[in-house]
Ligand binder design. Sequence first.
Ligand SMILES: Nc1ncnc2c1ncn2[C@@H]1O[C@H](COP(=O)(O)OP(=O)(O)O)[C@@H](O)[C@H]1O
Ligand SMILES: [Mg+2]
Length: 231
Amino acid sequence: MSSADPLIRVENMVHRYTMAGETMTILKGLSFTIDYGEFVAIIGPSGSGKSTLMNMLGCLDVAGEGDYFLDGQEIRKLSDNKLAQIRNEKIGFIFQNFNLLPKLSAIENVELPLIYRKMPHRERREVARNSLVRVGLEERMHHRPSELSGGQQQRVAIARALAGAPPILLADEPTGALDTKTGQEVLQMIRELNEQGHTIILITHDLEIAQQAKRIIRIQDGNLVEDRRNV
Ligand SMILES: Nc1ncnc2c1ncn2[C@@H]1O[C@H](COP(=O)(O)OP(=O)(O)O)[C@@H](O)[C@H]1O
Ligand SMILES: [Mg+2]
């Protein structure tokens, strides 16, 4: 692909789940592109297929039909090993429930994606520490998740997502487990990361949260029903 190609290109993405013999079509032919540096919210009510779409965009799963190009690569053609490598290199994940490993300290959690890349220990520590500095948590780096507040845990998760310098941050309801004020702080941090050049895809059911993004893609019942820029 040439440099003019978008970061993400989704074409006619369809996905079905079969449960107890019944097949449900969850994604019903979605098409859109996302450019480098965008801040996009994907909004829709609970059950509309947002997390299913996130799994596809994050290369955690491959849609039943349609094309997905990420940073120039056709995802459908890749082996599971290659998909794991793409996830590690291209995507920083931020989940509602933080997904930190409870027995590891903050800095050890942040080091995980770097261990996978086989970065040497000394360099890894340095990169992880810098990442924690970026989210304002360096003085808590030896704390375990249970010794941190929800907002601090989400900041550790953001530091982990940033550590490998991936082109995309993919956040699924990142403030869903936080109180309003802490959620606002986390959103402010996500906005700043976009201002620093990170591409952000923020998945939410909450319009007030989506309105902090520069563009809103609305999903309803597996269809893309709106795609607009925030002014
Ligand atoms: N692994 C799965 N197997 C079967 N059905 C699923 C699976 N994951 C999600 N679903 C169904 O797909 C629909 C959309 O789910 P999801 O993508 O999680 O929606 P959202 O994140 O918008 O709430 C729901 O009806 C859900 O029950
Ligand atoms: Mg969801």
